[in-house]
Design a protein around this ligand. Structure first.
Ligand code: ZN
Ligand code: ZN
Length: 385
């Protein structure tokens, strides 16, 4: 069979890796021997899998594109993937223009270049490191102005001693006997629906295809150590409680030269005694005395950024709300601020001195109100027993 891998997956030659993965998932589901009643399902499934394997490996795809389907297949049969020197002599039209040069410039060198030679494949594909999460608490003032904060995290980092290799530099390697250097082991299972072949990463060499005589004592062979790191986090003005900041590349280290993951920092903003926040708007309660509410006055109102003066008009009712435009929180990553809503709370005095009492009695009398000020309500109850 020599069907082109791109045709097998039904993607164009310039398809992205995502498109290829997507197409693969679709086809694999369609032809999976467990679900398909197509008699050739197993063969087709293998074909789809093979096509995906080649086209999602950057180096193999490049080789495939340059060699074309048939020559790629031949090369593979001759053992190119396992690093064998297939003996496809020079002079077949080296696609790379004299790799190796001279007598030795045969296909073997190209295979080594592409496929790593020596049986290194399987788990050696670059993989992005995991994203890590942490939390950070800031004050409302910091959310208002923006801040540079330090956050300390414990995270996996590449082991310096072995450079992430898991073994001391210069240690001899041997081919993994479990997978013969393939990095993958294949299991065939008998199911009620037929034989299902499953490949998984070799547990012995963890996909590396080789084993080392010595492991790094600092990381125990993982190539990764847990370490404390202090990160400087740029907190943007206007950030809200529960939002997440992303620091690219500060997550777990990538594998086989892949990029690091990211650090995701969930921000919580502490409650503030003076303000309640609603998005970019703030709410504040301001105590206003009875005479201030009656006559009107100018009162000082706190904002997150210093205090401002606000006019309380004559005749203000308790609970009346005033809007101070632009005195709220800044909008995140755009210009302008929300508003500050000030709710007037007219304070009823809890105790009066003699002068105040007299004045209020006179006030009531002048308004024609009959208030039994000599004897309060509780006094009357007390006296009735
Ligand atoms: Zn192995
Ligand atoms: Zn190490």
């Amino acid at each position: 069979m020599s069907e082109d891998f791109y045709d097998v997956l039904g993607v164009s030659r310039d398809a992205s890796e995502d498109e290829i993965q997507e197409a693969y998932r679709e086809k694999a589901t369609q032809y999976h021997p467990d679900v398909s009643d197509d008699p050739n399902a197993e063969e087709k499934f293998k074909r789809v899998k093979k096509a995906k394997e080649v086209l999602t490996d950057e180096e193999k795809r490049q080789a495939y594109d340059q060699m074309g389907h048939d020559r790629f297949e031949q090369a593979e049969k001759r053992g190119g993937f396992d690093g064998g020197r297939g003996g496809a002599g020079a002079g077949q039209g080296n696609p790379f223009g004299g790799a190796g040069g001279g007598m030795g410039g045969g296909m073997g060198d190209i295979f080594e270049q592409f496929f790593g030679g020596g049986g290194q494949r399987g788990g050696s594909r670059p993989r992005q490191g995991a994203d890590l999460r942490t939390t950070m608490t800031i004050d409302l003032e910091e959310a208002y102005h923006g801040a540079e904060k330090q956050v300390t995290v414990r995270r996996p980092e590449r082991c310096d001693t072995c450079n992430g290799e898991g073994h001391p530099p210069g240690t001899d390697a041997r081919t993994c006997p479990e997978c013969n250097g393939q990095g993958q082991v294949t299991q065939v299972q008998q199911t009620p629906f037929g034989r299902v072949q499953q490949s998984r990463t070799c547990p012995r060499c963890e996909g590396q295809g080789e084993l080392y005589e010595e492991t790094c004592s600092d990381c125990g062979g993982d190539g990764v150590v847990q370490r404390e790191a202090t990160l400087s986090v740029e907190v943007p003005a206007g950030i809200q409680d529960g939002q997440t900041l992303q620091m690219d590349g500060e997550g777990a280290p990538g594998e086989n030269g892949g990029p690091n993951g990211d650090m995701l920092i969930e921000v919580s903003v502490r409650d503030h005694p003076e303000f309640e926040r609603d998005g970019a708007d703030l709410h504040h309660r301001a105590a206003v005395s009875f005479p201030q509410a009656v006559f009107g006055d100018t009162v000082e109102i706190p904002t997150v950024d210093g205090s401002v003066e606000m006019d309380v008009p004559a005749g203000t009712q308790s609970g009346e709300t005033f809007r101070l435009q632009g005195k709220g929180m800044p909008h995140l990553r755009r210009r302008g601020h929300g508003d500050l809503y000030v709710k007037a709370q007219v304070v009823t005095p809890e105790s009066l001195n003699d002068d105040q009492r007299e004045a209020l009695e006179a006030f009531a009398e002048a308004g024609g109100e009959e208030v039994d000020v000599e004897q309060g309500f509780f006094e009357k109850i007390k006296n009735s027993f």
